[in-house]
Design a binder for this molecule. Sequence first.
Ligand code: UTP
Length: 288
Amino acid sequence: MNNPLKKIIFPTAGLGTRFLPATKASPKEMLTIVDKPLIQYGVEEALASGMNEIIMVTGRGKRAIEDHFDISAELEANLKAAGKNEIYREVSHISRMVEVVYVRQKQALGLGHAVACATHWVGHEAFGVALADELIIAETPVMQQLRQVYEQTGSSVIGLMQVPAHLVSRYGIVKASQEKDGLLRLQDMVEKPQIEEAPSDLAIIGRYIFTPRLLELLADTKPGKQGEIQLTDAIARLAKEEPVYGVIIEGKRFDAGNPLGFLMANVELGRTHHKYGEAFTDFLHQLG
Ligand code: UTP
């Protein structure tokens, strides 16, 4: 396969209404899990999966994301002068770890529209898409798990997770058939179905690899549920034209875009953190 799969889109232009008022003036992707913002976890996962051409789709009020990956000369000079070498290394590493292209989504017209905003920068190559508020802790980075299937098949691949039946109405749910080697081939998908309409209990979890055909389909996808251009509608059309595979991912996933999932992610990563883990675990035990 001669597509090296280097590009990945991070749509970060949503309104974050589930996390108001915290997200009124700050992007939800900048919410911190222990000591790093969500978007940094996402970018580190992409880099660990060999995707180092990052396209960030941002919107109004998202400048903090750009600043986070930018060089802060004054801060770096201050840290160095104060001999705070460990944090200096950390801060300067963040700004130099990756080159990012920023594209503006002028109106929050939906996830599908946000991905389409990056079309010009993707060109005619396969590309990844990752939603940073879906935090996934995994031994093998999740984008790498998807990449393995892409390299085997040359087709689009979508990360999936089994969810309890009463929660299917919160997710994009797929209809899929079993293929050889444990691969699932997607036939259809529905955005946030009622329990009785759900074709399965397999939910889309915010990690994707697409062939460039998806962008052509997105270009003429009409607004669907909630008046938004839905990525799932375009994926459903893609699956009717060419194979789209699903992988049930290995890892722990947290929906950190809502307060409960965010708290859970902080507890999980706090407990195991190399610096704070021990003291935090003691604290949790004291709580009983
Ligand atoms: P969500 O469904 O989580 O929407 O979007 P949201 O607006 O961010 O959050 P809530 O539901 O109002 O609380 C999934 C992903 O798609 C991006 C979001 O930033 C998030 O990463 N998105 C969504 C866009 O970039 N643009 C949009 O118009 C909508």
